[in-house]
Design a protein around this ligand. Structure first.
Ligand code: EPU
Length: 424
């Protein structure tokens, strides 16, 4: 196993290019199951999670070739409709094959993902939604065994909570259903609009893009598509926070600033100057010295609210602020695993139910320590803390980071950071 070594205390400077979004790439790869033929996806990040997903697709009979960031996927011959436990347990997003397999093959057998480090994460809304469209779903021996007699039938599905992958699964199921499906209280994350663009390119008829009410008029068949993955807003936010935490200045490129509405406002409230271009965001400090960050409260919410996937990173930043703030997590019940690790680095944080009270100790407030990565975003908050801290930080179990950050070491090194991998 590898660990990440960070020699902190260097103010990051320069430019970093943002990759395609992991959480858009996975549903778009799943969508290729809907139409036989050769699909082309551009701007696909090369990550542990995209590789795992492609392995799952290979298992189903789907072939692919990668040339740079372009994936050609051939889903002509499907030989299986089963997503086995061994693959699903390493990546919950595997459940995204449920909707498309069911509608194309008439059946799907997908292992239940089980709990994960950040919460129980049930998939009940995926299942009840598919049942509403006429599927029969049985839960047996840890698997969801779903089948349909003929075609799925359009109907109205209301989500109690806007679920991202649940909305994606139902969209992919409904596009080939008979009649019209309405998804109410659907999630509005930009990754869903990306999926809608892909499905529309395949011949699907969907209204309500970027809203919480999606109307899908089922069609008889779809054709292969050509679509680009949107930039990764969570990776973009992570680099902006990392630059800010080190007292640095810099620019992220190849991103979509419109996808970061809440974070950019929160960064402005800390006192930073944030300049948005068409596909760039720059941050710099006001002329007053010494540099310091104001404390800012955040509360995670479905999009366009503050993303839960940037909560841990912002907490590391607030540990370096000058006052007290409260960070509240409303999406997942166990997403404070990073707190104990940040405390080992000197952060003054108290957990109070679904909130954390952070007493910032200023930009020099953290010191390097040995810490452990627990999940993808918690790990990136430890990297940010390590970059800002004095001395050396060792982060073990960095396979979590490799799930979602493409070329992390190279990108950070390009910004001047002293960071490298070593064997544990
Ligand atoms: N929920 C249910 N039942 C369901 C589905 C969801 O109770 O059937 C609850 C969840 O437990 C949670 C809330 O609804 O409390 C929202 O969860 P959602 O379904 O939206 O999460 P997800 O689709 O499983 C995606 C991202 C996550 C991101 C969340 C929230 C992908 C592949 N994953 O997960 O990304 O945190 O939306 O924005 O898109 C990450 O990239 O690190 C990551 C965890």
């Amino acid at each position: 196993m590898e660990k990440l070594i960070v020699e902190g205390g260097v103010a990051l400077q320069g430019t970093v290019r943002i990759s395609g979004a992991k959480n858009a790439a996975l549903p778009l790869i799943a969508a290729t199951l809907l139409a036989p033929g050769r699909h082309r996806l551009g701007n696909v990040p090369n990550l542990r999670d995209t590789r795992t997903f492609l392995k799952l697709m290979e298992n189903l009979g789907v072939r692919h070739e990668r040339l740079g960031d372009v994936l050609t996927i051939d889903s002509t011959d499907l030989r299986s409709a089963e997503a086995p436990y061994d693959l699903v347990k390493t990546m919950r997003a595997s459940v995204l094959v449920l909707g498309p397999l069911l509608t194309r093959m008439g059946k799907a057998k997908v292992s239940m993902p089980g709990g994960c480090a950040i919460g129980a994460r049930p998939i009940n809304f995926h299942i009840t939604g598919l049942e509403k469209l006429g599927a029969t779903c049985r839960l047996e021996r840890g698997y969801v065994d779903a089948e349909i007699d003929g075609r799925l039938q359009g109907d109205t599905v209301y989500f109690d909570i806007p679920t991202v992958t649940g909305t994606e699964n139902l969209l992919m199921a409904a596009v080939l259903a008979e009649g019209t499906t309405i998804l109410k209280n659907a999630a509005r994350e930009p990754e869903i609009a990306n999926l809608i663009d892909m499905l529309t390119g395949m011949g699907a008829r969907i209204e309500g893009r970027n809203t919480d009410r999606l109307t899908i008029h089922g069609v008889d068949e779809l054709r292969p598509a050509d679509c680009d993955i949107i930039p990764d807003r969570i990776e973009a936010g992570t680099y902006l926070i990392a630059i800010a935490a080190t007292g640095g200045e810099g620019t992220i490129t190849h991103c979509n600033p419109a996808h970061l509405p809440s974070l950019l406002e929160k960064l402005r409230l800390t006192g930073l100057i944030v300049d948005e271009g068409d596909s760039t965001v720059s941050i710099r400090w006001p002329k007053t010295k010494p540099r310091s960050l104001k404390s800012v409260d955040i509360k995670t919410m479905p999009y366009p609210g503050y993303p839960t996937d940037l909560q841990a990173q912002f907490m590391a930043l607030m540990a370096l602020s000058t006052d007290v703030c409260v960070i509240t997590e409303t999406i997942f019940e166990n997403r404070f695993m990073h707190v104990a690790e940040l405390q080992r680095m000197g952060a003054d944080i108290r957990i109070d139910g679904h909130s954390c009270v952070i007493n910032g100790h200023g930009l020099q407030g953290l010191s390097g320590a040995q810490v452990m990565a627990t999940d993808l975003r918690a790990s990136s908050s430890l990297v940010i803390a390590g970059l800002a801290a004095s001395g050396r930080t060792e982060i073990s179990r960095i396979y979590h980071l490799e799930r979602g950050y493409e070329n992390l070491v190279e990108k950070l090194t390009g910004l001047g950071a002293r960071v490298w991998k070593e064997q544990e």
